[in-house]
Design a protein around this ligand. Structure first.
Ligand code: ADP
Ligand code: MG
Length: 255
C-alpha cells in the first residue's frame, strides 16, 4: 500500500513559545478520504502548513507519496493541491487567470491550462464567472475558485483546510458531492472541518487532534465503535449521524 502522507513524530513550537504540535504521527493511504478533526487551536492548520512547505517544523519527518519534504521538497510539493483556510488570491484578478496562472507555477503550458481551468470552473459552477474579478464572488464561490486553483496541476493529493466554513447548506452539500466524486476517481483527500456529521458520512479514515496531540484515529467505523455504548448502532440504512460528535466532545472537551 502506498502512503499519500506519512508523518512521524512531528513537533512544532512557534517563535512565540506556543507548542502547537507535540509529536504527531499520521498515515494517510493513497485514495483515502481522510478527515482531520479538532477544536480551534488544536494544530490542524499547522500540520497542513508543514506538509505543504508553508511552515517550518521543529522536529519529525513528513513524506508525501514517499518524497521527504526536507530532501525532496519540490517533488513532495508537486503532488499536492492546497485549499488553504484563508482566501488568498488577488481580488482584482479575473477568476480564469487565477486558475491559469497557478498552473503556470507548475510548468503547465497555457495551451493546456486554459481549457483545463475552464472545465474546472464549469464543473464547480463558476462557468459564468470566469471573466469577472475574484472580488465579485460570494464566499462560497471564492472557496470553489480555490478548489479549481488547487486542482489545475492535477495533484494526486488534495488538502482542504475548512473548505466549507461559512458556506451555506446547499452549497456545502454540492461541495461535498464534488469532493466525493473526486475521491471515487482515486484522488487522495485530506480535509479539516467542523461539520462533524458530514465528515462522519463521507470520510473513510478520521483522526481527532486536541492540543497538539492525536487523541483518536482509525477508520470511521473503528473510531465510532470504540466509543459506542451499544445503544446507538447504525440503523438499517447504515445512517450514523450524530455519533461522531459525541466521540469528538468526549475526547476534546475541557474537564
Ligand atoms: N504563526 C503562528 N505564530 C504563533 N502561534 C501560532 C501561529 N499559528 C498558529 N499558532 C498557534 O498554534 C496553535 C495551533 O494553531 P492551528 O494549527 O492554527 O490550529 P487549528 O488549525 O487546529 O485551529 C494555536 O495555539 C495557535 O494559536
Ligand atoms: Mg485551522
Amino acid at each position: 500500500m502506498s502512503l499519500a502522507l506519512e508523518i512521524k513524530g512531528l513537533t512544532k513550537t512557534y517563535a512565540t513559545g506556543t507548542q502547537a504540535l507535540k509529536g504527531v504521527s499520521l498515515e494517510i493511504p493513497e485514495g483515502d478520504f481522510f478527515a482531520l478533526l479538532g477544536p480551534n487551536g488544536a494544530g490542524k492548520t499547522t500540520i497542513i502548513g508543514i506538509t505543504t512547505g508553508l511552515v517550518n517544523k521543529t522536529a519529525g519527518t513528513v513524506s508525501v507519496f514517499g518524497h521527504n519534504i526536507d530532501t525532496e521538497t519540490e517533488l513532495a510539493k508537486m503532488q499536492i493541491g492546497l485549499v488553504g483556510q484563508e482566501v488568498n488570491f488577488n481580488p482584482f484578478e479575473k477568476c480564469l487567470n487565477i486558475v491559469v496562472n497557478q498552473a503556470g507555477y507548475y510548468g503547465v503550458p497555457r495551451s493546456v491550462a486554459i481549457p483545463r481551468a475552464t472545465q474546472l470552473l464549469k464543473d464547480l459552477g463558476l462557468g459564468d464567472k470566469m471573466d469577472q474579478n475574484a472580488m465579485t464572488l460570494s464566499g462560497g464561490m471564492k472557496r470553489r475558485l480555490m478548489i479549481a486553483r488547487a486542482l489545475v496541476n492535477e495533484p494526486r493529493f488534495l488538502i482542504l483546510d475548512e473548505p466549507t466554513a461559512g458556506v451555506d447548506v446547499e452549497l456545502r452539500r454540492g461541495m461535498w458531492d464534488y469532493l466525493t466524486g473526486l475521491s471515487k476517481k482515486g484522488l487522495t483527500i485530506l480535509l479539516t472541518t467542523h461539520y462533524l456529521e458530514e465528515a462522519e458520512q463521507l470520510a473513510k479514515h478520521v483522526a481527532i487532534i486536541n492540543k497538539g496531540a492525536i487523541v483518536e484515529h482509525g477508520t470511521m467505523d473503528e473510531v465510532l465503535s470504540r466509543h459506542s455504548d451499544g445503544t446507538q448502532n447504525a440503523d438499517s440504512k447504515g445512517y450514523r449521524g450524530g455519533r461522531l460528535e459525541e466521540v469528538f466532545l468526549k475526547l476534546t472537551s475541557e474537564k
